[in-house]
Design a protein around this ligand. Structure first.
Ligand code: FES
Length: 168
């Protein structure tokens, strides 16, 4: 069996990663985009993901970990189905970001990087997500919610619970 046939990624992702490593003069420059695409598909950077990305680039798994641990958007544990990222950077902090983060912690019963027991939600305190003009802001998977107050937290959680119940 060829190395490609042994991939744990989908054929589409494997092809995308092949193209990425060819695009850069130094193969390891493709590391972070490769990890982001792999995380999108697998959900987190498991040992197997790290091993395969390392093999594709021609570096060691330890090299991958040493770089990846600097990037807060990369995860080494599975996230919840809905990953709630609350910005507490300066603009959001000044407009109540910590109150919102505290409310999510209280309602979900988890802290930073925690995952609810049912696997539905995970929570992260993050740096600026580029929505400073509409602070305070959060991101749930790829959805933005902005100009928030802590009173809106329950409605946001209810929205995703009902989305889950509807199978979306
Ligand atoms: S500081 Fe929160 S989005 Fe920029």
């Amino acid at each position: 069996m060829s190395a490609e046939a042994m991939t744990l990624f989908s054929p589409e992702l494997a092809a995308r990663l092949d193209a990425l490593v060819e695009r850069y003069p130094a193969r390891r420059s493709a590391l972070i985009p490769m990890l982001l695409y792999a995380q999108d598909e697998v959900g987190y950077l498991s040992d197997a993901v790290i091993d395969e990305v390392a093999r594709r680039i021609g570096i060691t798994p330890l090299d991958v970990r040493n770089v990846a641990t600097y990037y807060s958007m990369l995860r080494f544990q599975p996230a919840g189905k809905f990953n709630v990222q609350v910005c507490t950077n300066i603009s959001c902090m000044l407009r109540g970001g910590y109150k919102i983060f505290d409310r999510f912690q209280e309602r979900l019963g988890i802290g930073h990087k925690g995952v609810t027991a049912d696997g539905l939600f995970s929570l992260e305190e993050v740096e600026c997500i580029g929505a400073c003009c509409w602070a305070p802001a959060i991101q749930v998977n790829y959805d933005f919610h902005d100009e928030l107050t802590e009173e809106q937290v329950d409605a946001i959680l209810a929205q995703y619970r009902s989305q889950n119940a509807g199978g979306r």
